[in-house]
Design a protein around this ligand. Structure first.
Ligand code: H2B
Length: 110
């Protein structure tokens, strides 16, 4: 399936123009070689957890899930595609877009 093909650096570069705060980092999960990363900031822990809760259903509906870490008022998100050896695919870009749009909604309410 084409969405699980690794994107080229040029394709990733283009996608990043529309994804403020996102960058490519060296993978540090179980297998990833490269991951899309963003640190999302919130006012406090409750807001960070509310964001995770609000976005969990839509994420699951996509069947593509983030690796993420919460420390108090921030969430670090890392996205890669497992069945291409932990590289970045169009599915990761789609998930980043979903996380962005929910973040905008969460921020507008805070
Ligand atoms: N999430 C992420 N981030 N990458 C994947 O490759 C992935 C996933 N694959 N969630 C899905 C689930 C896969 O394991 C199932 C079998 O479709």
């Amino acid at each position: 399936m084409s969405e699980r093909k690794a994107l080229t650096s040029a394709e990733i570069e283009t996608a990043l123009h529309a994804l403020p705060g996102w960058s490519v980092v060296e993978g540090s999960g179980e297998t990833p070689t490269h991951e899309l990363h963003k640190r999302f900031g919130f006012n406090d822990f409750a807001q960070a957890i509310a964001y995770i809760t609000s976005v969990a259903g839509p994420i699951d509906a996509m069947n593509h899930h983030p690796r993420w870490e919460n420390v108090w008022n921030r969430i670090d998100v890392y996205l890669s595609t497992h069945d291409i050896g932990g590289q970045i695919s169009a599915n990761d870009v789609k998930l980043a877009e979903l996380l962005e749009s929910h973040f905008a909604t969460a921020k507008s309410k805070s």
